[in-house]
Design a protein around this ligand. Structure first.
Ligand code: KG4
Ligand code: ZN
Length: 331
């Protein structure tokens, strides 16, 4: 069976085709960064309108790349949530309409589950059970994964998500949207240890996170100045080091308390090289193997939606017809 995956939860339109024999056979992505850049963040109405423009052409591109027609589609998976309501509705409406026209099953999938399963698309996929650090623009979760659909949340952010903290810090430093990758680049120019920010909630037991205090520490430090490039690079470096250390401490704790020996790093912030290196050291010291999606599948994409939906469709899951999105949807 071939599953068409449709991702429209935020500011990327992602489309992919996943086949049970050949795996991922085509994928396409349109990023709306240029559309939202001048506003300094995602404008929901513009996001929805752009998804409407992009989804069908990208589906056509994927089919032609794979040398297939719509007849080949055996199932359709789309992101039901969490995400921006209007953006999700575009994916849902197109998935349901195509499913009806092609007479094939349609399934809404959870965006964070798809992020978590993204490393399964790589040549050396992680074995169950694994521990997943899911770090995106909207979520920060430490999850123990026993199998598909078998998730135990061990820890989460009590306030800002990690990606949100990166984006807000980047904004404070005058960096353009999207802030995460820009901040990583600036941090590379900063000297380690010239400034130090707190490692929030690491001095007490548990696996939850909090990033709003770190943001305040950054704000105070920026206000203290001086307002020059060297200082901004030092702030970026100190912020990133604090985040990486915080995750390293909590991941070490989670590996020890669960005894799980596979670690997955997924979600947009998982593209951060300093974070990957920091967690690779922790995992190596604990005798655990690390699996990450390729960089393009850390951030939002259609391939992870096609894969997550394919697994569930193959297991016989079906949705009743209807356009149904869940902008807020716990994992
Ligand atoms: O998973 P994602 O593409 O979308 C959501 O589901 O939220 O994650 C986007 C987030 C943004 O906050 C972005 O700034 C952050 O991931 N991000 C990064 C990097 N690349 C993307 N943060 C830090 N370093 C990066 N290299
Ligand atoms: Zn995402």
């Amino acid at each position: 069976m071939i599953t068409l995956g449709i991702e429209t939860s935020c500011d990327e339109t992602g489309i992919a085709l996943y086949a049970d024999d050949a795996g991922l056979i085509a994928h396409r992505l349109h990023s709306q960064v240029a559309t939202h850049a001048r506003y300094g963040g995602v404008v929901p109405e513009l996001a929805s309108r752009d998804h409407i423009r992009r989804v069908l052409p990208l589906i056509r591109d994927c089919l032609s790349e794979a040398g297939l027609t719509t007849e080949a589609i055996g199932g359709i998976a789309y992101t039901r949530g969490p995400g921006l309501a209007g953006a999700l509705l575009v994916g849902s409406a197109i998935a349901e309409s195509l499913g009806w026209a092609l007479d094939c099953p349609v399934l809404g999938v959870h965006h964070m589950e798809a992020h978590l399963l993204a490393p399964m698309l790589e040549p050396d996929p992680p074995a169950f059970p694994f521990l997943a650090l899911l770090v995106s623009g909207g979520h920060t979760l430490l999850v123990q994964v026993a199998g598909i659909g078998r998730y135990r949340i061990l820890g989460e952010s009590l306030d800002d998500a990690a990606g949100e903290a990166f984006d807000k810090t980047a904004k404070l430093l005058g960096l353009p949207y999207p802030g995460g990758p820009q901040l990583e680049a600036l941090a590379r120019e900063g000297e380690a240890g010239s400034l130090r920010f707190p490692r929030p909630m690491t001095d007490r037991p548990g696996l939850d996170f909090s990033f709003s205090g770190l943001k305040t520490a950054v704000l105070n430090s920026v206000r203290e100045g001086p307002d020059d490039d060297a200082r901004r690079a030092a702030v970026a470096r100190a912020f990133q080091d604090a985040v990486v250390d915080t995750f390293a401490i909590k991941v070490r704790r989670a590996l020890r308390s669960t005894g799980v020996r596979h670690l997955v790093i997924a979600g947009g912030v998982g593209a951060n090289q300093a974070l990957r290196h920091g967690l690779e050291s922790v995992a190596a010291a604990e005798g655990a193997a690390v699996a990450c999606p390729r960089l393009a599948f850390c951030t939002d994409n259609g391939a992870m939606i096609a894969y997550a939906g394919h697994c569930r469709l193959m297991a016989g899951e079906r949705d009743a017809p209807g356009i149904d999105v869940r902008p807020r949807w716990p994992l």
